[in-house]
Each structure stands twice: as C-alpha cells, then as structure tokens.
Design a binder for this molecule. Structure first.
Ligand SMILES: *[C@@H]1O[C@H](CO)[C@@H](O)[C@H](O)[C@H]1NC(C)=O
Ligand SMILES: *[C@@H]1O[C@H](CO)[C@@H](O)[C@H](O)[C@H]1NC(C)=O
Ligand SMILES: *[C@@H]1O[C@H](CO)[C@@H](O)[C@H](O)[C@H]1NC(C)=O
Length: 178
C-alpha cells in the first residue's frame, strides 16, 4: 500500500529540508519493515515485506471504504543510548491536501516517482478494496535524501490516520553506514 510510500516521501522531503548536510558518504542499510494494524476493523495487511535487495512490497485490504481524510504523523527516531529517541522531527501531514496540491514542485516530483509502484496514485477518497506498493526499490529512490542522515541506526515511523482515528503504523528501520 502506498500510503507507506507517501509516508516515506514526506519523511524524506523533511529530511532534505531540515537536515544539515553531512560530509561523510554513508549508505542506508534497510534492516526491517513493520506494518502494524492499529484498527483491526479498518484494514488488514496481506503483504508487508522488505527483501535483501531493499525492495518493498505492501498490500493491505481496506475493510471500510472509502478511505478519506488521511493524516500522516511522520517521525524520525535515532537509536541513542539504548533506545530509539525522537530525532529531527515529528510532523503531521494532511495527505489528501498534499495530493490535491499542484503547487509544491517537490511533491509533484515525488508523485511522479511513486506512480509506477502504487495504486495510491490519485486524489482522495480511495475506494479500492486493496492498496498496494509493489516492488518499490528503496535503494534507488531513497538513497539521496537519506544521505543527509549521520551515522547510526534510525527508525522512520509513519502513523496513518483517517477521520482522526489511528489506523496503522508503518515502521522502517535502517542503519546509515560507510
Ligand atoms: C545490513 O544489515 C543486515 C542485518 O543487520 C546485515 O546482515 C547485512 O550484512 C548488512 N548489509 C551491509 C551491506 O552491511
Ligand atoms: C546516556 O545515558 C546516561 C545514563 O542514563 C546519561 O548519563 C547520559 O547523559 C546519556 N547520554 C546521552 C547522549 O543522552
Ligand atoms: C493508478 O494505479 C493503478 C494500479 O496500478 C493503475 O491501474 C492506474 O492506471 C493508475 N492511475 C494513474 C492516474 O496513474
């Protein structure tokens, strides 16, 4: 599903905008992807995978449709002193509004990138029975923005809401390394 994709894009956008650039050349090693249902009456994951080539597949079944008024809370946590702690930001995004907007050049750019990999590719509402992200290559697409992160272990946490209710968390764990 593709909300995940959009979550990442928003997160990466913020990393680019907010993070001071690093002089080291680091690479992300994506270690884990978790898809967590917060509202079992609303959705169910059928696929949630990150393979050894950093390709992501997510497929979720929408049990209540349509999906609308989508908000995303994006957080970057860094592993510090034995636990993941809030890093650069913790922001709330109005996804439907972002997708409607044609003004933000970066959003448009991201949107074009996302198209081939997802059916989260139109404006709200979503009335499809399934939402998916298919064969999304994190290494190719995520590399540049993530380079802004300093060495260490990170968790990118996206909490997805619709109609103000938390429905799911998508968590991506990665290590920035040489
Ligand atoms: C990435 O992390 C995994 C799991 O910790 C590890 O097995 C793998 O060797 C790492 N890959 C690289 C290129 O360091
Ligand atoms: C790590 O934890 C120790 C013990 O609680 C504390 O003294 C130290 O200041 C912490 N370091 C950082 C960077 O938060
Ligand atoms: C959105 O994705 C679906 C499924 O891949 C595809 O059939 C449809 O043509 C796409 N729509 C747009 C506007 O790209």
């Amino acid at each position: 599903m593709n909300m995940y994709y959009f979550a990442l894009k928003c997160i990466f956008t913020m990393i680019v905008l907010v993070t001071p650039s690093s002089t080291e050349t680091l690479k992300p090693n994506f270690t884990q992807l978790n898809c967590i249902v917060l509202d079992k009456s609303f959705l169910a994951f059928e696929v949630c995978s990150l393979d050894s080539k950093s390709v992501v597949n997510i497929r979720l079944k929408l049990l209540k449709r349509p999906l609308d008024n989508i908000m995303l809370q994006g957080m970057i946590m860094k592993y510090t002193n034995g636990s993941y702690q809030n890093y650069y930001f913790n922001n709330l995004y109005d996804i439907c509004k972002i997708m409607r907007s044609k003004r933000n050049v970066f959003v448009q750019f991201v949107y074009q990138l996302a198209m081939p990999y997802t059916n989260f590719n139109h404006t709200c509402p979503f009335n499809e029975p399934y939402m998916f992200v298919k064969n999304f290559p994190l290494d190719d697409i995520a590399l540049h923005p993530l380079r802004m992160l300093t060495k260490g272990k990170y968790a990118l946490i996206g909490t997805w809401m619709s109609n103000r209710i938390k429905r799911m968390n998508i968590e991506l764990y990665l290590t920035m390394q040489n």
